[in-house]
Design a protein around this ligand. Structure first.
Ligand code: PLP
Length: 425
């Protein structure tokens, strides 16, 4: 059981809302820093360990900078993510570039910045050579073993249906080609299951990748410098779930490392991770206000945020715990659908959720929205993206992204004078 406790009180939110109206995202500096430190502690046994935060989870330069201060790098998937990582001062091998269906400009920027490029496919060897005019000394290849990914007979995910990575034969062939092209150092990367809530995922993945590393080193002679376990370490979105223990996970990976890599004479291979969700999800909340209530065939509470601010419930049916601030200890005796204002019936943050009686004006703290939350936002129905705020360790609040205004929404019409009124909003 992980008790879901908000990191702000109703009073604090009411105070913040005087300056920054709801809805807004609020991130918790203390939780983010503590987690980054714990991750580094968990893998301290590995000399070259580095966590490359998956920028797509929460692309905000203030948060990236904070993680950089804690020793993390960035994992980017696109041009703008590379630009943001560059802007916070991450350099060269502090950035991984794991893209797929990669546009020319993205690959060129990755090459220019000298980041570690993770090739998603064997055909990207020719693509990289063509668009960047050559190869860096160090390159990573993404592996997809196909089939199912299972732990103790229980299927976690289906890599065979995933579009990413190279087959076993292809990755070996890719290494041979790259060696001929002059590449000196190699990495292996795979992402085989998402949001895993078990301490066994990384160790099992590590075993597969370590064994592959030994085989590839023996068959091709490649100098393998790192194994990137990528993301996929999950969090307990539901209070009844058991949280992952990152120290146990690090220890599990260490055991496999000593079993597989050390005896093969590969005890200097660095471990990389690219966690997004585990690093940030619990330390970001969407805070929204109850603005309407409606009693028809069901009981509805309408809030001022919607799926355009947090898409996961609507898109995946994902559970996000909700706390009604100021009513933490009140009995959950009312059954509500908590809904946003999109013209989409799937715009529901909660369905048939037992909650305390909600009154208009109550603030709802939607938990675990710190990763894949704001970043998946969109502008459907002309809805505007909210602000992002950071709750500092000293209790102060810093604006780290302002809310969009209609002018932002209309900004891409700036080439035309056909509708002059749009410039006035
Ligand atoms: C999305 C992604 C991650 C992060 O995944 P989480 O589930 O947030 O840990 C890491 N690496 C790659 C390549 C990804 O696409």
């Amino acid at each position: 059981m992980s008790k879901k406790v908000p990191y702000v009180s109703r009073e604090t939110v009411a105070e913040i809302a005087k300056t920054y109206p709801t809805p807004f995202y609020l991130y918790d500096e203390k939780g983010i820093r503590n987690t980054a430190r714990l991750v580094n502690q968990a893998f301290r046994w590995n000399k070259g360990f580095k966590e490359y935060f998956a920028v797509k989870a929460t692309p905000n330069p203030y948060l990236l900078q904070m993680l950089k201060e804690e020793g993390c790098g960035a994992d980017c998937s696109s041009l703008t993510e590379l630009e943001m990582s560059d802007a916070v001062g991450l350099k060269g091998h502090e950035i991984m570039f794991s893209s797929n269906e990669t546009p020319v400009e993205d690959m060129q920027l990755a090459s220019k910045l000298g980041v570690i490029i993770n090739l998603d496919d064997i055909t990207h060897i020719g693509f990289l050579e063509q668009v960047a005019g050559g190869f860096p000394e160090t390159i990573c290849c993404r592996f997809n073993p196909g089939g199912h990914f299972a732990i103790a007979n229980s299927i976690m995910d289906n890599p065979g249906d995933a579009k990413y990575g190279m087959t076993r034969d292809q990755i070996e062939e890719a290494y041979r080609i790259l060696i001929r092209k002059g590449v000196k150092h190699f990495g292996i990367h795979a992402f085989l299951a998402s949001n895993t809530v078990t301490n066994e995922y990384y160790p099992e993945l590590a075993r597969q990748l370590f064994e592959l590393a030994v085989e590839l080193h023996r068959s091709t002679g490649a100098d393998i410098r790192f194994v990137n376990l990528s993301g996929g370490v999950g969090i307990a979105y539901r209070p009844e779930q058991k949280e992952n223990d990152i120290l146990a996970i690090g220890e599990g990976v260490r055991k496999v490392y000593e079993e597989v890599l050390v005896p093969a004479g590969m005890g200097d291979v660095a471990i990389f991770t690219e966690m997004g969700r585990f690093m940030l999800a619990p330390y970001g909340a969407l805070i929204t206000k109850a603005v309407h209530e409606k009693h028809i065939y069901k009981e509805y509470i309408g809030v001022d945020a919607c799926a355009a601010n947090l898409m996961r419930p609507c898109m995946y049916g994902a559970y996000h715990h909700i706390t009604v601030l100021g009513k933490e200890d009140a009995p959950c005796t009312y059954k509500y659908d908590v809904v946003g204002g999109l013209c989409e019936n799937s715009d529901k943050f909660a369905i048939d959720r037992m909650l305390p009686k909600i009154d208009k004006g109550d603030y709802l703290f939607i938990h675990d929205a710190g990763a894949h939350g704001f970043s998946m936002g969109y502008n459907y129905n002309g809805k505007l993206r909210s602000a992002e705020l950071l709750l500092r360790e000293d209790g102060s609040v810093k604006l780290i992204r302002r809310a969009e205004t209609p002018r932002d929404y209309f900004a891409t019409f700036d080439f035309t004078d056909d509708f002059p009124k749009l410039k006035q909003y």
